[in-house]
Design a binder for this molecule. Structure first.
Ligand code: PGA
Length: 254
């Protein structure tokens, strides 16, 4: 049985380096004592260096929230390459988050970021999710298109380093998460598309996370009824007491 994966997406939080250090210290100390859970936190770029443990911490890793579409060093003002992230010890990179898609990331751009991350041997957390649900099921085509086009040009030998984070956009930053039964159904659909792209053996193995208004109260049910491999957590990941409770709740799942 593989470990559950809980990823904290800090977004553009917290406001200061001091707070970031305090938050990561607390999370590290709890994460290292868990038995069945791996924890990854993804701070903003400037905080990565100082939140990363000096010596490896059991079941704890650092991720980044994006990586450049450019692979090589050069005249790309404001960009951070996957190679640089790997070089400072980052293990995971979130790609295609809906907030980046909203700011202009197309499937083609997402595919370039993904390719650069995987080429560096990093683990990509590819975010996909429909903007809204409709009775006719058009949202399934949207999801299918996002997955297929993001995976375009990615060789099957790299598929093992891709994790899919299913995040319905309407459930991000919302009051309530998606119903666990719906999460289960949709995660099966996501695995099916993944299998259609890379082959059935990859469809069985791919890890699917759920994201969107996860908190310490609903995490256990989302994991057990939704039967996902982990969670991508926004707001609750920068709320130290809530995130610690969430980690402990997930670790109880055998
Ligand atoms: P939320 O964000 O948990 O605050 O809804 C999730 C995300 O955007 O990854």
């Amino acid at each position: 049985m593989s470990k559950k994966l809980i990823v904290g997406n800090w977004k553009m939080n917290p406001a200061s380096l001091d707070e970031a250090k305090r938050l990561s210290r607390r999370i590290k100390s709890v994460a290292s004592k868990l038995q069945r859970t791996e924890t990854v936190v993804c701070p903003p770029f400037p905080f990565i260096g100082q939140t990363k443990p000096k010596i490896p911490v059991k079941n704890f890793d650092i991720g980044a929230q994006s990586a450049s579409i450019f692979a090589d060093t050069g005249a790309h003002t404001g960009e951070v390459s996957a190679n640089m992230l790997r070089d400072i010890g980052v293990k995971y990179v979130i790609v295609g988050h809906s907030e980046q898609r909203q700011n202009g990331d197309t499937d083609e751009i997402v595919s370039k970021r993904l390719s650069n991350v995987l080429t560096q041997g990093l683990i990509a957390i590819l975010c996909v999710g429909e903007k809204a649900r409709d009775e006719a099921g058009e949202y399934m085509n949207e999801l299918k298109r996002q997955i297929e086009q993001s995976l375009n040009n990615i060789p099957a030998k790299m598929a093992g380093n891709i994790i899919i984070a299913y995040e319905p956009v309407w459930a991000i930053g919302a009051k309530e998460a998606m119903l666990p039964e719906q999460i289960y159904e949709t995660s099966l659909f996501v695995k099916k598309i993944f299998a259609d792209v890379f082959g059935p053996e990859y469809g069985h193995r791919v890890r699917v996370l759920y994201g969107g208004s996860v908190n310490f109260r609903n995490a256990f049910e989302i994991m057990t009824v939704g039967k996902v491999d982990g969670l991508l957590v926004g707001r609750e990941s920068v709320n130290s007491p809530g995130f610690v409770e969430l980690l402990k709740a997930v670790d109880k799942i055998s």
